[in-house]
Design a protein around this ligand. Structure first.
Ligand code: ATP
Ligand code: MG
Length: 229
């Protein structure tokens, strides 16, 4: 698949994720209203609004395909990930506990924040799908050594770890191939991890997958630190 085709299909794939988040949030709101539990609808409304804004941004990129699908900005990583907490919890679903951990002080990174958000949504969806009976997802950031030996650059690692089914070695070597999926037809397109790798490449970072069958999975994105907060 050419990079341009991958990007267009990948953006459409992430647009679909956003529409599904919005549909789920609206469905939950409908259930709450039907049962008279209307006092705590705010977080659901925020999730739906965030999905709508994200979908609009992605649709805009699709319309400008061929020109720019990328727009970098300086962001504070921990702050940005924290702001996604509610949305990621809804994506994970009630059977899963989602924990955020930020042991170090915040760092500025240069990246496309919409693609970062899409990457985290995709990672949480993958972890959720690997834990049909529920489990734990931990999203953690910490300052890290360069994954490729000392290149004079400081990195922050953003990892998503799950307690799910894990990945067999023969599958592990294919997970970044565009369109590779082990999910049933209609439920997976195999574009999630290739899009995440594209995001990481654009941010001049690296990605590592650590996994073994029945041992869970940890996917770690190393992103260059621009400045400490
Ligand atoms: N956390 C995980 N646990 C177990 N297997 C995983 C995990 N993340 C990815 N995989 C494996 O890697 C494959 C490719 O993942 P990728 O996100 O690229 O596509 P997908 O999830 O199958 O489909 P899509 O993301 O388009 O819905 C998955 O089908 C699955 O086999
Ligand atoms: Mg996926």
């Amino acid at each position: 698949m050419h990079t341009k085709d991958l990007l267009a299909s990948g953006v459409a794939h992430d647009l679909n994720n956003r529409l599904q988040s919005m549909a789920n949030a609206l469905g939950l709101m409908r259930l709450r209203v039907a049962s008279g539990r209307t006092s705590d609808l705010n977080s659901l409304i925020e999730v739906a609004e965030r999905a709508l804004v994200g979908a609009g941004e992605l649709a805009h990129r699709l319309m400008s395909a061929g020109r720019t699908l990328q727009s970098d900005e300086l962001i504070l990583l921990n702050k940005t990930v924290s702001s996604m907490r509610d949305m990621l919890r809804y994506v994970a679903g009630e059977a899963i506990t989602l924990r955020l951990a930020f042991p170090d002080s915040d760092t500025w990174i240069l990246c496309d924040s919409h693609l970062l958000e899409c990457a985290l949504i995709n990672l949480v969806i993958n972890s959720r799908d690997a834990m049909p009976r529920g489990g734990l997802i931990t999203i953690e950031t910490r300052k890290a050594c360069s994954p490729a030996g000392d290149d004079g650059q400081e990195y922050v690692s953003l990892s998503v770890t799950d307690s799910g089914s894990g990945i067999a070695p023969d599958v592990l070597e294919k997970v970044f191939e565009p369109s590779f999926t082990t999910k049933p037809k209609g439920s997976g397109t195999g574009l999630g991890l290739p899009m995440i790798r594209h995001f990481v490449d654009q941010a001049r970072g690296r990605i590592e997958v650590h996994s073994a069958p029945e041992q869970g999975t940890r996917i770690e994105l190393y992103l260059p630190i621009v400045a400490e907060s």
